[in-house]
Design a protein around this ligand. Sequence first.
Ligand code: ADE
Ligand code: ZN
Length: 326
Amino acid sequence: QRLPTLLKRMPKAELHIHIEGSLEPELIFALAKRNGVTLPYADVEALRSAYAFTNLQSFLDLYYAGASVLLHEQDFYDMAWAYFEKAAADHVVRAELFFDPQTHTARGVAMGAVIEGLQRACRDAQSQLGISADLILCFLRHLSEDDALATLEEAMPWRDQFIGVGLDSSEVGHPPEKFARVFARARELGLHVVAHAGEEGPPAYIWSALDVLKVERIDHGVQAIHDAALMKRLADSQMPLTVCPLSNLKLCVFKSLTDHNLGQMLDAGLCVTINSDDPAYFGGYLNDNYLQTFAALHLNAQQAYRLAANSIEASFATDEQKHHWM
Ligand code: ADE
Ligand code: ZN
């Protein structure tokens, strides 16, 4: 079997996808029309041509603008359903979707509309596409910890409709330890905990995500390469890293995909996974990330099995589900 066929068809888990980052320009314009929202772009082509980013913040400004068309439960359903159809084509068997409630509640959207719309799509993904899917509520780190604490409390009526919490948005200047109390509260509630760390920020942010937030996975983590002691810690503990190669390329974390350190991290024995982050903005869904990364770094079939097995093992699915997929 040719390597690209193996990459496309092997069962895999997607552990780092911001569902608002799956909103394609076509759907943004369709929802804007349906909801009477005016966008500062003439058409789909004008919006897509604005997707030229220099760093994380330059992307986030457009990402939050795009999310402004989401108002009703059905909008959140339609967005997630469009993602699940792409995920099914990519042979994703397990998806853990990040969502950013503060982006929506700050605009007056009800928490219930967000969570119930996304969760209904997750149930349909299981029944109609055979994809096991769950939600992870992310706190926006450019906002205060009190805002995050209030958001977690506001989501408590839907406690059984999400499995964990994460930390995203502007990284530099907003270290993990800023969110120590809200992550302690989430752990008390029995929620899984993950955090973005070491995307643009320093290795110190990965250390504090581990030691202060006590996360179960690191989202991105590519800056760990600059700290040998941290690399050893990550390898020894087999702490999963949810790496997003096309995201790193588009946000200029690496100049070229051939410069990406995913191969070095695999060689160092780290539990690396491949993910899409914000596929509508970064030019590719999960299989595009696998195919382009394997081509750029000349990875082999053994590494393909390793990455897919890592993704399933690092997921928050049950042991029974994991056994079924591997
Ligand atoms: N929100 C959506 N995508 C993100 C990323 N790559 N980093 C931080 N926050 C995000
Ligand atoms: Zn991300």
